[in-house]
Unconditional design. Structure first.
Lengths: 205, 249, 229, 229, 205
């Protein structure tokens, strides 16, 4: 059973004590919504949960096992979307997705097309990413998310630059992910309109 | 069980206290040995039959040059220890080495250049030994530059440790450069296997100076490492105690 | 959830294909390190008094300094862009061996800067009047040397990846480390051109390359992980 | 609205101060182009057979190739970073003469790469045994040459700014343009060291520098504007 | 009297006809809110209004004069905030603002401090920008806006990465600007809560 637990996380950034004893438990089918003012430490927390930033103290477990023990196994179930999209500006949308999928699981060309159709960037498929608008790029990043799966999604303000339709789409994608037993951790400034049973909230600072 | 001493050694407060206690035990011998070496070298040793009194610069040049290499090895070793066992103390030692090593390298270069003028008729030649010693200086400067470019101490420690370890390949190259190329520079006459090829009256002061420089290096290292530790651990409570102890005592 | 995973080889191949595609996208870009190398070696004769004998003497040195510098110029882009746009993070989080993936990126660097040199080395050597039997030696030296340069350079690029202005810090870090390659490589080439036995520097070069090949993957992964923090 | 505006001189001074501060921020960074230059000139001797006479002959060439390359390595950062973080856009939209502001940025490049060379040139020349009377000539050559290199390099950097991977394209564009600087500069230096009259190459160098100083500002502004579109 | 008019703007991007005869008139004290789906052309329009992208056809006038005629005079009244913040990551917030002000108008140290206090990043004043969170950086960019003034503000999704407090602040800043007779053009995905008299709307596509 998927479950992410964080216990008494402590982390300094420079002189600043950013994470001061954060704890959380998110079970399969649940979404942890991380909110907080600008600079509260949402991004830092999410990156720590991915194992990108070493902790000062505390423990993060995935399915009851410390993520530091077998990082590779943990990462193969993880899907992270940061403030940056993680896409190359000089590749087309399709090429970007094909490459991203090659790192995670075998997909067919029609899977890629379907993912892009789902996120509303089907007609931009052949364009270089640098020629897409900010929101279109974010949508391609969402297409990557759906395409490469993983049972733990860690999303940092996934809705930034998205229009109203994009926000609805995002909620649908998260909903589907939770339905299939996945876990999601989402940092956001905009309340997620998910059913209360699926939503855990954590407010920093 | 055998590792207990190691972990004790690695605990910053313990190391700090140990370093404080050990410093005089290296500082005083350093002064005495250097004094003895200088008297032996500058007064007692006979002038060289070829170079006259010019050769006496060797008593600074050779120890400085040896130490420039040795300090690098110490720096790289402690960096490796720091990386493997995540020891703050080892990182502090490694970071303290760089400036000292760079200074010894600069000293070896400067004295070598001064010596080169009467010996080879020029301050500088692009000779393999001289050039590789210059590269060693760049290696130290690169290490310092990398450290300075990273604000976070932890990241700076780890990144510069990687560089120090990778750079260690240069040490044997500098040492053997005189043998591999037909260099202008003196081949090792002391630091080699078998019998040294130097009269005892010259050799003994040289060895004294070498011992003195080494002791001086250790004393300096202990002092600098203490400073580094205090800087790093300024939030821990033992530092307040240590500062209090220094203030009162 | 689909539990079907890709293997490491397939992922590395995709990574290499992507990087090569990015390099090729700007038409003529692959040729640039080579072009740069050619320009550098062409500049020397320009800056020199037109004495052919002198030229022949310094040709090996110019060749190797050119190789080092062209490799260096291409290095800056190796990880920096990937770090800025977040794709390097994705690479670190994909669950496949990170060392291996970074080595794949290093391989791309070699394909773009080292391989062209290996290909034109015999030509250049012939032009300088190297005897025919010297070719294998020269080829081996250039092959080993460029491999070592790419490996060492990658470590430097990893270390400076997340620092802002790295142009000359990178150079300052890499050049002293790469000096042995230069020394042994130029020595081997000079001996080969002169028709003398070149086993000694070639062995040293090989030893150095093997050493960097064992140290570099570890140092590389460590450096990049620190940069990502 | 406050209608009080800053003058161009004050703005250019602020820009220069900012860029110098960025370079100085990482302590020791200003010394890095110089360090790089030293490392490059140190590499040659390593790659050469230890024949000292040979070395003295190629010293002027090595000096100028080193100057060119160290200037080139720092170029990459000249506009690219500013373009990526949007500050170049702000510069274009501030209502002050754009050509002038870009020249101010070029001046920073010269201060960081050219000036150190001017300062160490007398030292290097002495080490190579140049007669005392040759100093003014060498100084003039290095001064003019580094100015020209910064100007030409800035145009190249502007041109490739909008291209993503410019490392070696930049070099390829700039190097041929910089070749005359190299030729005349090295020639003048070699003559000065040999104690011969160097007026001819020095005048050519001066003419070339003046030419680039008149053409570069215009070409620079045009190139950067296109890059911003 | 401040007034921005755009007349029949036409612009292609690659193969795409992005701006198809856009026209608008915004008088002093008014804000033009530009909305539209992702990829509709908001960013392109804003950059064209600044004179950064050459037009295929059409005319943009500021106070009745074509902006291409005396670009320098126009730019000296313009203040643009794009998707990128236009700040250097390696300078502190204060240094960034001091430099930005030096390009536009003389300010004193306390003006800078006041601007940062206004946008809620006073305590981050001495930190390098790269060490600030995404929202804090956006707030420093807003501080630049208030500091350097100008009677025409062109803002591209100024609210991205801002928390709820940041959005309120943004509206206040725009309100003050309009009050003093300034003109604002704002691309946004989130309706601006301004009085109807101050708001003009333009929806692309
Ligand atoms: C800038 C110029 C010089 C540099 C950079 C330099 C560098 C060095 C270095 C690195 C060593 C230590 C070698 C090792 O431990 O393997 C050394 C040792 C030594 N150098 Fe120099 N040197 C310079 C000039 C000279 C000159 C002009 C002389 C005198 C002719 C000289 C005589 C010696 C001697 C006698 C030793 C001790 C060798 C031994 O016993 O191992 N050096 N030098
Ligand atoms: N340089 C370019 N080359 C080709 N097409 C471009 C270029 N720049 C933008 N486009 C295209 O122009 C269209 C409009 O882009 P623009 O960035 O103006 O959209 P936007 O309305 O700002 O969208 P968003 O809400 O996502 O920021 C997009 O379809 C984009 O693909
Ligand atoms: N490398 C760093 N060095 C020093 N301080 C840092 C570093 N990275 C982040 N910080 C500080 O940590 C705090 C938290 O930053 P973080 O990016 O996690 O905030 P956030 O909650 O994601 O904010 P936002 O909503 O603006 O994205 C900030 O005050 C920031 O200044
Ligand atoms: Mg954040
Ligand atoms: Mg946009």
């Amino acid at each position: 059973m998927n479950e992410l637990t964080a216990d008494n996380l402590q982390l300094w950034r420079g002189e600043q004590h950013v994470l001061r004893g954060i704890g959380a438990v998110v079970a399969g089918g649940q979404c942890l919504q991380v909110t907080g003012a600008n600079g509260a430490g949402k991004t830092t927390l999410l990156r720590a949960l991915c194992g990108l930033v070493p902790l000062e103290a505390g423990r993060i477990c995935w399915r009851g096992r410390d993520i530091a023990v077998d990082a590779a196994a943990f990462h193969s179930e993880l899907n992270y979307l940061g403030h940056d999209n993680g896409l190359k500006a000089d590749l087309t949308a399709t090429e970007n997705l094909r490459y991203a999928a090659a790192l995670r699981r075998p997909v067919r060309a029609q899977d890629i097309a379907a993912a892009m159709a789902r996120t509303g960037v089907a007609e931009a498929a052949g364009q270089l990413l640098r020629h897409l608008s900010a929101g279109q790029r974010r949508r391609v990043a969402l297409a990557r998310l759906t395409l490469t799966g993983g049972s733990l999604w860690v999303l940092d303000e996934p809705g930034s630059n998205l229009d109203a339709g994009g926000h609805t789409l995002l909620l649908e994608l998260i909903g589907t992910h939770l339905q299939s037993g996945g876990v999601a951790v989402v940092a956001t400034h905009r309340q997620l309109a998910l059913p209360a049973a699926q939503l855990r909230s954590l407010t920093l600072q | 069980m055998a590792w207990v001493w190691f972990h004790r050694f690695g605990s910053p407060p313990h190391f700090y206290r140990l370093a404080t206690r050990l410093t005089p035990w290296f500082a005083w011998p350093a002064a005495l040995l250097c004094l003895a070496g200088l008297i032996g070298g500058l007064v007692l040793a006979p002038p060289d039959y070829q170079q006259g009194d010019g050769f006496r610069i060797i008593y600074v040049h050779a120890p400085a040059a040896w130490l420039s290499l040795m300090v690098y090895v110490v720096m790289a070793t402690s960096a490796a220890v720091g990386l493997i066992w995540r020891m703050t103390v080892a990182y502090a030692v490694s970071a303290s080495c760089a400036v000292i090593g760079a200074s010894f390298t600069a000293l070896a270069l400067a004295t070598g250049m001064l010596w080169g003028r009467p010996m080879w008729g020029t301050y500088w030649e692009w000779d393999p030994r001289l050039t590789s010693e210059l590269l060693l200086l760049f290696l130290y400067l690169g290490y310092l530059g990398l450290r300075n470019s990273i604000d976070d101490v932890g990241r700076a420690d780890r990144a510069s440790a990687v560089l120090a370890i990778v750079g260690v390949v240069n040490v044997p190259i500098i040492h053997y450069s005189v043998i591999w190329w037909n260099s202008l520079h003196q081949a090792p006459s002391v630091m080699k296997f078998g019998r040294p090829t130097m009269p005892a009256a010259m050799l003994v002061p040289l060895l004294l100076m070498l011992a003195g420089f080494t002791a001086y290096f250790v004393a300096l290292l202990l002092i600098r490492a203490r400073g580094e530790l205090l800087r790093r651990e300024r939030n821990a409570h033992w530092t307040a105690e240590a500062a209090g102890a220094t203030a009162t005592g | 959830m689909s539990e079907q995973r890709v293997g490491f080889a397939a992922a590395a191949a995709a990574l290499i294909a992507r990087d090569l595609r990015l390099a090729l996208r700007r038409s003529g870009d692959t040729l640039q390190p080579l072009g740069f190398f050619l320009v550098v070696t062409a500049l020397f004769p320009l800056a020199l008094d037109p004495q052919l004998s002198l030229l022949r003497d310094i040709a090996p040195a110019a060749l190797w300094v050119g190789a080092l510098l062209s490799s260096l110029l291409a290095l800056d882009l190796l990880f920096r862009e990937d770090a800025q746009d977040g794709t390097l993070e994705q690479l670190a989080l994909c669950g496949l061996p990170f060392q291996g993936l970074l080595l794949a990126k290093t391989a791309v660097h070699w394909l773009l800067t080292g391989l062209p040199l290996v290909l034109i080395a015999p030509l250049a050597a012939t032009a300088l009047g190297a005897p025919y039997e010297a070719m294998p030696g020269i080829l081996a030296a250039v092959l080993l040397g460029t491999l070592a340069l790419s490996l060492i350079g990658a470590v430097g690029a990893g270390l400076t990846m997340s620092l802002k202005r790295n142009g000359s810090l990178l150079a300052l870090l890499v050049l002293p480390l790469a000096a042995p390659v230069l020394i042994f490589g130029a020595r081997a080439t000079a001996l080969a051109i002169a028709g003398e036995p070149l086993a000694a520097p070639l062995y040293l070069l090989a030893a150095f390359t093997v050493l960097s090949a064992t140290l570099a993957p570890w140092a590389l992964a460590a450096a990049v992980r620190i940069g990502l923090e």
